[in-house]
Design a protein around this ligand. Structure first.
Ligand code: NAD
Length: 351
């Protein structure tokens, strides 16, 4: 198994170091190579996604990514900004499926903005289509219309094949979890959504073991804060998924806990914490490495077919939380406050 390790900027290298220690502890035959990306890529090669980094990512079975971005790059022209690296990797590698689990560990239920009983034990997965929809549909633009005022317009489009492939990813993810899939659309108003719903229903015939339901996006936004535990896997388009996945991430309380994956059609993927490079806390050994460690677990599960190893990492994270270890972002009175490296130590010890 070959992985590309792209730590990036800010806290990227600190959190990545801990994820690599955890992977090493498993003793699996994983070959890994590191390359600069984001601001580090710009510093090294004048490009946020240097050619050599992209080549490495193409060759690998999976990519473990830290985070990119930093104040010193904020004034660069858009094409040279660190964030372009992620967009470039998604595009060049055909990463069309974004998986974002939102899990609330019993011990952290108090950190959520919702009542603990609403979220305790929550374990849902939001699957967002990443390369189509109104974000990419043509035509788009701002034009001047007959009465002289400006009009802005975008086009929501999905082809049948785009819907079919994300639906398959959704059913397959549900098969690995609780076997429930909720497809979210706005079929009462949008033609694109009507096609979405029709195609998802067709694909469902191939997965009789999965219970399929449909929900309008406005209702889903409401249900996510009313009774989020009713969901197992949610599959939806790019724009609805953008909004719902951020909403779902806040059910859990801390951005430092949440991993994500972006997959291609062959389950090759890029794995990263959902948070950014946190320049405000970089270099202080206080960042929470658990989102990156859990991203490594997702990598083992979805791209490297090592479900047992993924289970071990997830169990180790649960153990350290039970033992009371907390980084500053999830700290509460009475818990053992630890830094980035000490949290890595605790997970390695639990393994
Ligand atoms: P951010 O996620 O980096 O930070 C938001 C807040 O959360 C900060 O206060 C930060 O200290 C805290 N935080 C984030 N991760 C944490 C962790 N692991 N442990 C403890 N606290 C943590 O978002 P931002 O401040 O809006 O952006 C900073 C930079 O990151 C920007 O340059 C932005 O463009 C970039 N960014 C990159 C990605 C990515 O690489 N995928 C995603 C989002 C933002």
């Amino acid at each position: 198994m070959k992985i590309a390790v792209l730590p990036g900027d800010g806290i990227g290298s600190e959190i990545m170091a801990q994820a690599l220690r955890v992977l090493d502890r498993l003793g699996l035959p994983i070959e890994r190579q590191e390359a600069p990306v984001g601001g580090a890529g710009y510093d090294a090669a004048g490009d946020p996604l240097p050619e050599a980094t992209l080549a490495l990512a193409r060759e690998a079975d999976a990519i473990l990514f830290g985070a990119v971005g930093g104040w010193k790059y904020d004034t660069l022209p858009r094409a040279k900004r660190p964030e372009q690296a992620i967009l470039g990797l998604r595009k060049h590698l055909g990463l069309f499926a974004n998986l974002r689990p939102a899990q609330v560990y019993e011990e952290l239920a108090g950190a959520s903005a919702l009542k603990p009983e609403v979220v305790a034990g929550l374990d849902i997965l939001i699957l967002r289509e990443l390369t189509g929809d109104i974000y990419f549909g043509q035509p788009r633009g701002i034009q001047t219309i007959a009465d002289g005022q400006r009009e802005g317009f975008d086009t929501m489009r999905y082809t049948e094949s785009e819907i079919r492939r994300i639906a398959h990813t959704g059913f397959q993810a549900a098969m690995k979890r609780g076997r429930k899939l909720c497809s979210v659309d706005k079929a009462n108003v949008l033609e694109t959504s009507q096609l979405w719903r029709d195609v998802v229903i067709e694909v469902a015939r191939e997965y009789p073991q999965v219970e399929l339901s449909h929900m309008y996006v406005d209702n889903c936004a409401m249900q996510l804060v009313r009774a989020p535990k009713q969901f197992d896997v949610i599959v939806t388009g790019n724009m609805f998924g953008d909004i719902l996945s951020d909403e779902a991430s806040m059910l859990t309380g801390s951005i430092g806990m949440l991993p994500s994956a972006s997959l291609d059609a062959n389950n090759k993927g890029l794995y990263e914490p959902i948070h950014g490079s946190a320049p405000d806390i970089a270099g202080k050994d206080i960042a929470n490495p658990l989102a990156t460690i859990l991203s490594a677990a997702m990598m083992l599960r979805y791209s490297l077919d090592q479900a047992a190893a993924a289970d071990r990492i997830e169990a180790a994270v649960k153990t350290v939380l039970k033992q009371g270890y907390r980084t500053a972002d999830i700290h509460e009175a009475g818990a053992k406050k630890v830094g980035t490296r000490e949290m890595g130590d605790a997970v390695v010890a639990a393994l």
